[in-house]
Structures are given as C-alpha cells and as structure tokens.
Design a protein around this ligand. Sequence first.
Ligand SMILES: Nc1nc2c(c(=O)[nH]1)N[C@H]1C(S)=C(S)[C@@H](COP(=O)(O)OP(=O)(O)OC[C@H]3O[C@@H](n4cnc5c(=O)[nH]c(N)nc54)[C@H](O)[C@@H]3O)O[C@H]1N2
Ligand SMILES: Nc1nc2c(c(=O)[nH]1)N[C@H]1C(S)=C(S)[C@@H](COP(=O)(O)OP(=O)(O)OC[C@H]3O[C@@H](n4cnc5c(=O)[nH]c(N)nc54)[C@H](O)[C@@H]3O)O[C@H]1N2
Ligand SMILES: [Mo]
Length: 736
Amino acid sequence: MTVKLSRRSLLQGVSLVTSSALAPSVFTVAKAADSSEKVWTGYSICDACNHVPMCGVRFEARGNVITRIDNWKENPNHILCSKGLSTLQRLYNPNRLLYPMKRTNPKGSKDPGWVRISWDEAYKTIASELLRVREKYGPEKTLFYCGDPKEPRPAVQRLARFYGSHHYATESSVSCRQGCAMAEELNFGSPNVGAPPSPETKVFLILATNVWAQPMGWWQKIIAAKERGCKIITIDSRRTKTAEIADIHLQPRIGTDVALAMAMIRIIIKENLYDKAFVEKWTHGFAELREYCERFTPEYAEQETGVPAKLIVEAARLWAKGPGSYTLTTQSLSHNSNGINNTRALLLLPIIMGYIDIPGGVPFNKGPKNLGNPSSGIHPDMKDGAWWNDKKRRLTRYDAKNVPLWNDMKDAVSPNLFPEWVEKGMIKAFAGFGFNVNIWPQPSEYRKAFEKLEFGFACDMFYRPDSHDVLDIILPAAMNFERHAPFGIYASSVAVRTPVKPLGEAKEDWRIALELGCLIDKPENFFDGDPEKALDWLLQKWNRRLEKAVADLPALTQFDAPKKAFRKYETGGLRKDGKPGFNTPSGKCEFFSERAAKFGYPGIPAYVPMMPLTKEFDLRFLNGARKPYITHSKTRSDQPYLLEIEDRLTISMHPDDAEKRGIREGDTVEIRSPFGGPVEARVMVSILVPPGLIDGQYGWLGKQNTQQLVCRGHWDPMSGYPAYFEMPVSVTKKEA
Ligand SMILES: Nc1nc2c(c(=O)[nH]1)N[C@H]1C(S)=C(S)[C@@H](COP(=O)(O)OP(=O)(O)OC[C@H]3O[C@@H](n4cnc5c(=O)[nH]c(N)nc54)[C@H](O)[C@@H]3O)O[C@H]1N2
Ligand SMILES: Nc1nc2c(c(=O)[nH]1)N[C@H]1C(S)=C(S)[C@@H](COP(=O)(O)OP(=O)(O)OC[C@H]3O[C@@H](n4cnc5c(=O)[nH]c(N)nc54)[C@H](O)[C@@H]3O)O[C@H]1N2
Ligand SMILES: [Mo]
C-alpha cells in the first residue's frame, strides 16, 4: 500500500499517518505499557552526544516499551547528562521517521512528494541504482558517507568495500577529531589523546578541551587531581569551567597556538629545563626546533596571542616541574586554517619534557590488540583494513591531489570538494547514513551538488528536509535503545546491549547496511544481513561470544589489558615491527615531521596568522562551541526538554563589545561575515569570551544557520578541514 504524504504532514510528524490504521503511534504504544506485560531490565549505550566511548544506560521496560532510564553502574561511563536523560523523548518522539519513503516529484520541486514505500521496494530500488551506477561508471563513482553517528560506520564501510568504492567519507573526514589525531600521529607515530592525571602527575595540561563536551566522569577526575595538589594549566581561548579551575589559564586568540607553544618551548630550552637524555635519544629535529622557536620571544608571542608575556614564562616553568600529562580530546584546535600545525605545536610540549610513557606522564599503547572504536571500524577485518590501505588504490582517491598527506594517512576520503567533484562528473550516486548537509560551510553549494546526482539515499531517525529533500529515498533508522550493534568499547572492556524492538518499520543501521550488502554482493560477506551474527563474529576475534556477553550483563565483557609498563619505546612495545622507538619515519618523536615534509608541508609546525579582522568585520566567531544540552544538528525538537533550556541560537559576547554596540543581554542581533549572512541570534553578555570573540553552538537551521558565514575554499591545507572557528564577523543589533 502506498500512502501519500505531503512535505508538510511529514514535517508535522510522521505520526499523522502512523497513528491511523497503519501502525500504532508511540502514544498508543505507551498506553500498551500499562497492560500486564512483563517488566524487565535492559542495557544500552547512549549516543546523544557522539563522543566515544559513549555512556552506558540501564533501562526498565514493560514489554517492548521503555518506561525509565538510569545509570548503568557497572559501565565505566555511566553518569548520564541532560542529553542522555532526555533520550526517551527522542525514542518516543511522534516525529520519528518510521517507514521508508521515496520522492515522487522531480528534484528541484518545492515538495519532493514523499510517499511511504515498503522495505522491499526501497531495497530493490537502491540496489538496482547502485549496481547500475557501478556498471555504467565504475564503483568509485558512488560516495558512501556516515555522519557523526559513529556507530553505523563499521557496517557502512564494509558495504563500501564490497561494493568496491574507496570513496567512503565520514563526518570525521569532513571535520571532527581525525585532524587532531593526524597531528598526534605525525608527532608520536600513533594517536594519543592524552589521559586524565594519574596519582604521580604533578602538572596537567588541558588543551582546548571543554568540560561540556566530555563524559561527566572526566570532570570528576580533573577535580580529584586538583584536590590532591596537581597543578592545572588550561590553554583555551575562552574562560570555560575547565579554565576557571586552572592554576594558570592561557587564553590565546583563536588559531595562534603555534606562537604560544613555541614561546613556551623557547623558554624551556633557554632555561635548560628540558629532558636532555630523552630529547637526544628519542626525538628528531631538535636543532630545527631550537632555531624556529627563536623568534617567539614572550613579547612577540604576547603580541600574536594576546597572552601576557609574564604568564607564558610562568606556565613554561610550571610545565617543566612535571611529570606532566595532558588531555586533547578536543576537535576545536583543528577548526581553523592552521589547525594541524597548532595541534602539533602544543603536542611538542610533552615531548620536549620527556613526559612520554613515564609514571605521571602520557601513557602509550593502551587496550587489547585490534580493539578499536566504532569510528575506526572496531576490528580491521570488519572493514577489510588491507583493502583500504592498498597504496595504489589509495592514490586513485579523489583527495590525493588537494590533501596528499591526509590521503596517505587516512582510510576515509576528504569529501569537502564534493560540489567540484559532482560538477566534473566524478560522483554519480550517494549512500548516506546520518547525513546532515549543514555540516559544511555554505551548505547550499552542497545541496545543489546532491540534487545533480543520478541517485541518492539517506538513512536517519528523523526526516531532515534540508538534507533529505535533495535525495531519492529515505530509510528509517532504529535508535540506540533499539539496536544490538555496535558494542561499546572502554579500554579493555566491551558493553553489549539488550534492545527493544524498533518502532514502526525502523531497522538498525548495521542491519540496513548488511541487508543491502547481501543484495549487491555475496551474503556471506555480510553475515547474511544479521547484525548479531556480525557482532558474534567480531567478539570471536577476541575469543568471546555474544551470547555469553549478553548473559553476563550487567557486567561488561572483560579483556586482558596489556601488562602495565612504562617507556615501551625502549623495549619495542610501541612499534608495529616490534623494534624500539616510535611509528614515525625517523623512529623517534618528531619535532620535525618527516612525513609532513615529504608532502611539502612544513616539518616544524609553522605559525600562520589567521584571516585578519577588518574595520567592518571586527569580531571573530567561534562557530561551534559545545553546550551541555545540545549536540550538533540534533537534540533540538528531537528532545524538546532540551529546547526548553535554549530555544534559539545564543551567542556569548564580552560586556565591552556589547556596550560598544549598544547591545544588552537578550537582544536579537544579526551576524554577518564577508561570506554570508545575516544570521539571527540572541545575545548573552558574558565573560566566557574575551573581547573580540563571540561564540555559539552551530546546528541551528534557517535564519540561524551559522554555516552560511563560513568561507568555502579556506581549508586547513593539511587536513582539508573547514576553518569554522576563524571567520571575521560583524554583529549588529536587530531593530524591532
Ligand atoms: N560550524 C561548525 N560546524 C561543525 C562543527 C563545529 O564545531 N562548527 N563541528 C564538526 C564536528 S566535530 C562534527 S562531529 C560534525 C557533526 O556532524 P553531523 O554529522 O552533522 O552530526 P549530527 O548533527 O549529530 O548528525 C547528523 C544526522 O545523523 C542523524 N543520526 C543520528 N544518529 C543516527 C543513527 O544512529 N543512525 C542514523 N542513520 N542517523 C543518525 C541525525 O538525526 C542527523 O540528521 O559537525 C561538524 N561541523
Ligand atoms: N554537549 C556536547 N558534547 C559533545 C558534542 C556536542 O555537540 N555537544 N559533540 C561531540 C563532538 S563530535 C566533538 S568533536 C567534541 C568536541 O569537543 P571540544 O572540542 O572539546 O568542544 P568545544 O566546546 O567545541 O571546544 C573546546 C574548547 O576549545 C576552545 N578553542 C577553540 N578554538 C581554539 C583555539 O584555536 N585555541 C585554543 N587554545 N582553544 C580553542 C574553545 O574555547 C572551547 O572551550 O564534543 C563531543 N561532545
Ligand atoms: Mo566531532
């Protein structure tokens, strides 16, 4: 049966249709919960904010209806926040997308004419279109994509692999944390986000990491360290909660971290405070570093960063008192056009002090072998790591020219030149899971490009007109409480779940990717379409079984953690070949990155000033600061409780800047940049930001969509990331 849906009725809620004879609405379902159904306890993983590892949730259900959620105490991440606690509103939101839909009006029509179709029709159409495009143009002409929902990734990447397209992109190849990971790999030879302070840590460096973006337990560990006397240095352009507990808060202007780090390094060298033995034996490029940092006198650094020279000296001396550790769980450092260099420069601070893999320092090489997180594919065999790493294939990827270092290092393609690719006929079809077109600067350019494709589908929990109206089919995704896959991974333990059945005809992402896989390739490559089979197969890689893991709940499945050891670079514990040293070209921690230099980038992280402010555009916009109750494009009306906390785009503005403009708390303003606007926002007058900077969480739509302010074409040349946080803007009061 086909039911006609107008765009408006869809917008108002799929429940308009689903509450009729087609299916029970969530409210009917909720009523059914009062009946004599059995009450049981289940376990799941919260995906409300997309940080990894995610938080464990315990729930109570009556029959198939979850009636209550709570902390899963046995899970290492279990303190739920406002976003997590309101996920039941999302699960039972009457606007959920519950059925496959196809457009009936041509692309470009105001109303796509979405109608409900069966899964059978959806799958047949998708499979035949993808196979047609492969046959006619080649597999590489289909772009596979997984947005910030990181959990579908392993199955989606497998789908791309067996379809034969190495054009697989993720939100992390558009912009997220892979940029910082790139800096870590260049410096250390492996990703390392740092670690919370251990009992031996004397100084802790918080690198642009905001408490609101972390699991709640993270903050408690910092507080505990502070209480036992550990000194804290926070390097953050804003005065956040993490900055307020710091002994020293260094507040550099956005994108000037190279200048700050080089000035600290210069002092550490001049005052002979560095670890000479470590530097001599285990680092590469010290002479070049010493020469480069020479121009970064405290006074010059003050001029560039705005941080008082005296404070820079004080911070360098305090850092040298170590042992010291750091946290760099942020993505923010990589969101300006010199982001990778800024991150690399800060990460030279632990190296020059030799705080590498020592007690109280930065630990390396944690966790059982091959146990990755969902964004990296969980286990290399799941995505077929060898296929993705094939050098010849990699070089045919479209990003080999514009971001050659990224191309060399990462298995997901940088898709930010998508409009240009489509223009040149390089991409013809699109398969998107959790696809949000507003992730990009100037989203309308991307919408136009998507519209030109021969075929595109997306899979989501909600209908998002901005993204979906340029595609052909939308598929309903199950939510976290309704799926088995993937399991949560916490250092050396794994959390499996006991899901409820999906509402309507929603299916879990892994099931959709695997079932589609069965239609385009051999079913045995796709676990016969069964996510539970896939999970069991994965767990067997570590000699565990799914059934047993479920039976053991609420306890997590434990793995043997590698024996705790320090200075593993001396014993061969860090390198892939088992030799002493690090996984870098020189085998050492690299002040001068040979890998970066090989691709024409500066070997020593170079200082490059940001796009200048002008008389007209005299403020910089930190376009994407995380707030405790918002995640990206989600959590607004998906979880209405959170909308009560903040119902529209709200920017922070320093009192001096507000006064100069005659702006008061609560006023509505217009933001413009040389690249677009106006964007409408409400002002919060606050010392969270220094003079000259405003901030706001992106992800709002329509007139409040801040992505139209960001320049397309001003990318970080190393990562290809957009410079979201760099834009000069003007802010004027909107007259009533
Ligand atoms: N200006 C600016 N832009 C930014 C950033 C910034 O700081 N400033 N940050 C960047 C960063 S770090 C990130 S991570 C991205 C965020 O990137 P996005 O990918 O835009 O993240 P979301 O808005 O969380 O999710 C996108 C879509 O996925 C859907 N979705 C959520 N969960 C699931 C699921 O489990 N399955 C399926 N199929 N769909 C799901 C949501 O409903 C939504 O429509 O934005 C980037 N863009
Ligand atoms: N509540 C919530 N939590 C989230 C998310 C969410 O949307 N909401 N998103 C998740 C995702 S996908 C990500 S990537 C992470 C992001 O996590 P974070 O990057 O930690 O989050 P942000 O608040 O964007 O930025 C952290 C800090 O960096 C500072 N900063 C920005 N630019 C610079 C700079 O150039 N130099 C210096 N020194 N400091 C700078 C900002 O002032 C900010 O306080 O959060 C994850 N957690
Ligand atoms: Mo992110």
